[in-house]
Structure formats: structure tokens, C-alpha cells
Design a protein around this ligand. Structure first.
Ligand code: PRT
Ligand code: MG
Length: 211
């Protein structure tokens, strides 16, 4: 038996065609089912539905053999003990620094001002600003980062941007790209050794499907 950990929403949607290419079709849709364990057309493959940021934890601990997680999630998690054989190039976006329209970010940088930065991605943000030699006070949030500069909680945010629609709707502008983000296949290292005959064909089918 192999267990694949996925999150609902964009990751599930963009992974479905890859699973199908590997011959794996869930018997129920996670969007309409409340079940957290989904059987598939293959008796030896099942899916578990977890929060996006929990996927590495399930795979690291062997509760799932395989998972799909964003580079953002993997960097924040640390990725220790995870084999990462494939960048699937799905759920693509960019990690960006954004500020309120009219806020002079460049001037702040020049003056060496100490910025308040709100983000869910504390580790990525800390490393980014440290590499630039900038002093920042990081404020950890769990969502709706876009609100923070509008109500004076922070000068800037670090968040994911795909269409840019959320920034625009909140009168924010991106001022810096930190890194491009896409989702990766992750595999538990022990599973990879012990269940290679089940796991390798899935990796190969995914690799072929994205090529
Ligand atoms: O939603 P939940 O709190 O359960 O967890 P999550 O937000 O981590 O999960 P989910 O399913 O929303 O995202 C899963 C993965 O998709 C992330 O880890 C990223 O790798 C990837 N991804 C790709 C994105 C986006 N694009 C994205 N646009 N994740 C989030 N967003 C959010 C962003 O945070 C911002 O609030 O969408 C908003 C901006 O979108 P635009 O299109 O308005 O720019
Ligand atoms: Mg989300």
C-alpha cells in the first residue's frame, strides 16, 4: 500500500492530471467528499487530504509515502528527511515583497530604515532580508497578510502572488521578487527504499506527464 498526501484546492486540481497519467484515479472527489482518506481505482494506492503546510510533516514521519508541496511550504518546513525527486512545475506563483501604494520602499532601503514586515513565511523572509543586510521586525501571521499594511500593523508583507489581483484589490504593489515558487513531489526516504517498485513508476509517470 502507498499513501499519497495532497491538499485540496489548487494542488489537488493540478495534480489530478498527473495522477491520471500514472493510472491513479480517486473514487471520490475531495471537494465534494468529507472523507480524509480517499480510495483510488488501484487497490494499493490511497490519498490522504491534509492542509498544504502539513504535507511535509506527514511524509517526513512516514504517515504518507509521497506528497506534493509548494516550495514555500518546503522551505518553511525545512525538508529534513525528505527526498525531492521532481519539480512538478504546478501551482506556480512568486514569493514577493509588497507595500501600500505610495509607500517609498526604495527610500527606506537607502536610509537603512527598520521595516515591520508581516508574513506567514517567516523563515523565507528572514533569510531574504538578512541576505540584503536589511534590519526588519518580522510579524508572524497565519493569513490575510494583505490587510497588515492597510491598518498599520506592518510596512510591508512577504506573500505569494499569482495573478496580482489580491494585491491590486487592496491597493498594494509588489516591490521585490524573492523567488519563483512551484510544487514538488516529495517522498519519504525509507518508503523510497522499501516500496521502490510501487513508488518509482509513479515518479516516472509524473516526470513523463510534465515533460
Ligand atoms: O489555504 P490554506 O490555509 O489551507 O493553505 P495554503 O494557502 O497554504 O494552501 P493553498 O491550497 O491555498 O496553496 C497551496 C500552495 O499553492 C501554496 O503552498 C503555494 O505553493 C501554491 N500557490 C500558488 C499559492 C498561490 N499560487 C496563491 N496565489 N498559494 C497561495 N496563493 C494566495 C496568496 O497567498 C495570496 O493570498 O493567493 C493570493 C494571491 O493570489 P493572486 O492571484 O490574487 O495574486
Ligand atoms: Mg490558501
Amino acid at each position: 500500500m502507498i499513501t499519497i498526501a495532497l491538499s485540496k484546492g489548487r494542488i489537488f486540481e493540478e495534480t489530478s492530471p498527473l495522477l491520471e497519467a500514472a493510472g491513479v484515479v480517486p473514487t471520490e472527489k475531495p471537494e465534494s467528499s468529507r472523507k480524509l482518506i480517499l480510495q483510488t481505482n488501484q487497490a494499493e494506492v490511497r490519498l490522504i487530504i491534509v492542509r498544504a503546510s502539513d504535507v511535509p510533516t506527514y511524509v517526513q514521519n512516514g504517515a504518507a509515502d509521497i506528497g506534493i508541496a509548494g516550495r514555500d511550504v518546503l522551505l518553511e518546513h525545512g525538508g529534513v528527511g525528505l527526498y525531492q525527486p521532481l519539480d512538478l512545475n504546478i501551482a506556480r506563483c512568486k514569493m514577493m515583497v509588497a507595500v501600500r501604494e505610495g509607500f517609498d520602499y526604495a527610500a527606506c532601503l537607502q536610509q537603512g530604515a527598520r521595516l515591520k514586515v508581516a508574513t506567514k513565511y517567516v523563515k523565507i523572509a528572514r533569510e531574504h532580508f538578512a541576505a540584503k543586510g536589511m534590519h526588519v521586525d518580522l510579524i508572524k501571521l497565519y493569513g490575510s497578510m494583505e490587510l497588515a499594511p492597510l491598518v498599520g500593523l506592518a510596512d510591508a508583507i512577504v506573500d505569494l502572488v499569482s495573478t496580482g489581483g489580491t494585491l491590486k484589490a487592496n491597493k498594494l504593489v509588489a516591490v521585490e521578487e524573492i523567488m519563483p515558487i512551484s510544487s514538488r513531489l516529495i517522498v519519504n526516504q525509507a518508503s523510497f527504499k522499501l516500496k521502490r517498485q510501487l513508488i518509482q513508476p509513479i515518479i516516472d509517470a509524473f516526470a513523463q506527464a510534465i515533460a
